[in-house]
Design a protein around this ligand. Structure first.
Ligand code: UDP
Ligand code: MG
Length: 318
């Protein structure tokens, strides 16, 4: 298999501030990489995820010496997970590297990725060497997420590895076959298998603009991740149910014996209300968890596409 052409897949949502900085840094970085990897050719595939600012225009006007520029314009914002899927589906090169436009995934790291790839690995994970640039809260929640995820998932997810990875052609083809309607790429990336190598890099803060991933969005992504990786939360309720049934049975025997020995029990308001509230809460929680899966089943059954394309640029068909 040839290992020459590489597509950088870059989803963008209203990034007019970051794009000029990205181009400025990328071109010399790619020139440097081509010095050590002579035959490598780069394609830059932007996925415009429903930007309402000048992002698409900036991309069309850009001229890079080191890379061919392509763009897919989605009809609206479908979220980064789906935007990345769109990019992977249109990737025709020997390898693909998803990366962020805000320079949090430094283009210089690509050099080492290509070295590992050419040495014979299928996936190169770029792992954040530290999370020191994150707040305490972000580090705490990230660590908690990986811990919970890895309890539930049949395949553990490497910690502190984002979407910044190199995928060999074979891997890209595999990823194109996975059409989950509620996508959580990181889970898919660890599920597919393949020979994986990890390299480390320091992840800087965003170059310009602000992160789109609010706490609420990350929380929803975390739930998507866990519920798409595992059905253990459903099974969990069988055990709870069994324990409660057992406990209730023992209590029943106790009540019968007590009544036989000491006569009828009248005071019982607090134990009754506690039981009602407790089981009400448990019921709602278990229904909620079932709802998560029913929601996913609904999305799969409707079988709507993950994204819709309005137009393309630089891809031959436009
Ligand atoms: N992005 C996107 N669609 C979205 C949200 C983000 O295409 O709905 C892009 C964004 O333009 C950037 C990348 O995904 O290139 C990472 O986004 P961001 O920096 O906001 O996320 P963070 O790095 O904080 O996780
Ligand atoms: Mg970012």
């Amino acid at each position: 298999m040839a290992k020459n052409s590489v597509t950088l897949i870059v989803p963008i949502l209203n990034e007019e501030k970051s794009l000029p900085l990205f181009f400025e840094r990328l071109d010399p970085a790619l020139a440097e990489i081509k010095k050590s990897h002579k035959s490598v050719r780069f394609t830059l595939l932007f996925v415009d995820d429903g930007s309402t600012d000048a992002s698409a225009l900036i991309v069309q006007k850009a001229k890079l010496k080191q890379a061919k520029i392509q763009m897919i314009n989605l009809t609206r914002n479908f979220g980064k997970e789906n935007a990345l899927f769109a990019g992977l589906n249109h990737c025709t090169t020997d390898a693909a590297i998803p990366m962020d436009v805000d320079l949090q995934d430094p283009p210089e790291v690509i050099d080492q990725m290509i070295t590992e790839w050419r040495a014979g690995t299928d996936i190169v994970d770029a792992k954040r060497a530290s999370r020191s640039e994150d707040s305490f809260f972000q580090r705490f929640t990230a660590a908690g997420f990986y811990r919970v995820f890895n309890i539930f998932s049949e395949r553990p997810m490497p910690e502190n590895v984002g979407d910044f990875r190199l995928f060999d052609r074979e891997v890209v083809t595999a990823l194109q076959q996975i059409g989950d309607k509620k996508r959580f790429n990181k889970e898919i990336f660890s599920w597919i298998g393949f020979k994986t190598t990890q390299i480390e890099f320091a992840r800087p803060a965003r170059a310009a603009g602000a992160s789109r991933h609010s706490f609420w969005r990350l929380w929803n992504m975390a739930l998507d991740g866990i519920f798409s990786a595992s059905t253990i939360p459903l099974r969990f309720w069988s055990y709870i149910g069994f324990l409660i049934a057992l406990f209730t049975f023992l209590y029943l025997i106790f009540v019968i014996l007590y009544t036989l020995a000491f006569g009828r029990l009248v005071p019982g308001y607090s134990s009754t209300i506690v039981a009602v509230l407790f089981f009400g809460g448990l019921n709602l929680l278990s229904v909620g968890i079932m709802g998560e899966y029913i929601g996913r089943i609904y999305a799969e059954v409707r079988n709507r596409p993950n994204y819709l394309i309005k137009s393309t640029y630089g891809m031959g068909e436009d």
